[in-house]
Design a protein around this ligand. Structure first.
Ligand code: FES
Length: 107
């Protein structure tokens, strides 16, 4: 599937994300090196650091937030109404055409 990701420098990347590799959005961002090592995915995808926070710019219907994701976002900085944790977004067909912007690093 195609996903558009705006990195922290404001640069737009259109990337191919695999649906058959059990990846989440944070892992995709890391695999394309769209954020420097050590600035995203710090907790390893456990919904405990918010370094993978992103803003969902397209109006896709994404899976509901878990309690863990909601709790983390209630404590993180720079949270907006369209914030999600990238590590909690499992890459799937429903995300085709998704557009997200990475939240600033200071989360
Ligand atoms: Fe830590 Fe997503 S990687 S909350």
């Amino acid at each position: 599937i195609k996903i558009t990701i705006i990195d922290r420098d404001g640069v737009t990347h259109e990337i191919d994300a695999p649906t058959d590799m059990n990846m989440n959005l944070m892992e995709v961002v890391r695999s394309y090196e769209l954020a420097p090592e050590g600035t995203i995915g710090i907790c390893g995808g456990m919904a405990m650091c918010a370094s993978c926070q992103c803003y969902v710019e397209s109006d896709h219907e994404l899976p509901e937030m878990s309690d863990d994701e909601e709790a983390m976002l209630s404590e993180a900085f720079n949270v907006k109404e369209n914030s999600r944790l990238g590590c909690q977004l499992h890459i799937s067909e429903v995300m085709d055409g998704l557009k997200v912007e990475l939240a600033p690093e200071d989360v």
